[in-house]
Design a protein around this ligand. Structure first.
Ligand code: MG
Length: 388
């Protein structure tokens, strides 16, 4: 599997934002925008490391946003966005990843599935990079200084470029090094990394993303992002024991004298959580999306079911507020594995670990769990979705 480092550019001063802090450090809910962005990137499959570039002097703001993420120290940005990216790339060059995903700190709503699509597109042989974007829907006008429209610009083939922008690392570093000595006028025209890559003759493709992946530019953007409603839904699942040596619960393997039998890897915890998340958006149940009768799901790792449900929620502009799981069994003992399970579920769901709760109970020897015939799981998902 190729390595990909997410390089998050958080060095901007945000002159259009108008708040007391640069927008990447402004609070969105109870956490800074950058914290949300880091959480989204950490949950994305294929991202092996995260490096943030910040403006010198923002160290304390950065520490408050990145606490608990266990990241390498931030890299100091330069006088322009391009020089900030170059500083970040140079910092990675000692142990270069195969790919680098440049991402704006002020795009906290990026979907893990879109990041993965960009990575896949950039890894195609003969392609140097891939950019997430959306095709233009509005009519475009060219307007003169006096406010009079001079022409309507055909919008066919025009896209709005977002981030992440994923490139083969060595290619992008070379392109940035070549652009660094440019004069101010020419450098100002290079407003994103794809422009730097295009100038160097690299082959960069566009990947269709979502309008939700908007950049927070103004205080109003931040307020709009806060008009959400809360929903709660429940999930339940049971799997019986079968011969084996481990059970998979919450995405981690726990040594046990038996395994769980059934659909996929029989991760009863992730199945209950997946159903709960699907329930918040009325999207049916796990069996509808991944029929047990379909041989392709035999032995499948259940994290993909959970990621799918979280992806459907994200497609509706929603996000997980909290996940609460109760495992019901006499054995194995859950306590020693609780922290690892919380970590695993948080990663799969793309949320902070303070939003995941794992509990366990027995049924005092009663019923099928009491007879040690299997494990049951109950889950409650609480989410926020745009107010309808
Ligand atoms: Mg199941």
């Amino acid at each position: 599997m190729p390595t990909c480092t997410a390089l998050i550019v958080a060095a901007g001063r945000g002159s259009r934002f108008g708040g007391p802090l640069p927008k990447q450090y402004a609070l969105l809910g109870t956490q800074p925008v950058l914290w949300h962005t880091l959480t989204a990137l950490r949950g994305a499959p294929g991202i092996s490391q995260i490096q943030v570039v910040i403006a010198p002097g923002d160290e304390l703001l950065y520490q408050a946003s990145a606490a608990g993420f266990d990241l390498p120290p931030p890299v100091a940005g330069g006088a322009s966005r391009q020089l900030s990216v170059l500083n970040g790339l140079e910092a990675l060059a000692g142990a270069p990843p195969d790919f680098v995903a440049i991402h704006d700190a002020a795009r906290p709503f990026v979907r893990p599935t879109d990041i993965a699509a960009c990575l896949d597109a950039a890894a195609v042989p003969g392609i140097d990079g891939a950019v997430l974007g959306v095709a233009l829907a509005d009519t475009l006008k060219r307007v003169k200084n006096d406010g009079v429209i001079s022409e309507t610009v055909p919008r066919r083939h025009l896209w709005r470029a977002q981030t992440p922008q994923v490139f083969r690392f060595a290619r992008l570093l070379e392109a940035h090094r070549a652009s660094a000595p440019l004069g101010a006028t020419e450098a100002t025209a290079l407003t994103d990394d794809a422009a730097v890559a295009e100038r160097a003759g690299l082959k960069v493709v566009m990947v269709a993303g979502s309008g939700d992946n908007a950049k927070i530019t103004t205080i109003e953007d931040l307020q709009r992002a806060a008009t959400m409603e809360t929903r709660t839904a429940f999930g339940f699942d049971v799997h019986g024991f079968a011969p084996g040596s481990a059970v998979v619960l919450g995405g981690i393997a726990i040594p046990h004298g038996q395994a769980l039998s059934g659909h996929s890897d029989a991760d009863v915890a992730l199945h209950a959580l997946t159903d709960a998340v699907l329930g918040t958006i009325g999207a049916g149940d796990i069996g509808k999306h991944f029929p047990p009768s379909d041989p392709q799901w035999r032995g499948a790792s259940s994290d993909r079911f959970m990621r799918h449900a979280v992806g459907l929620l994200a497609e509706r502009g929603g996000r997980i507020v909290h996940l609460d799981l109760t495992l019901i069994c006499e054995a194995p003992r859950i306590g020693p594995h609780r922290e690892a399970m919380v970590d695993s579920i948080a990663r799969i769901a793309g949320v902070g670990r303070d939003r995941v709760s794992v509990k366990a109970t027995t049924t005092e020897g009663l019923g099928f769990t009491g007879r040690r015939e299997g494990i049951a799981a109950q889950a409650v998902a609480t989410v926020e979705v745009p107010r309808s």
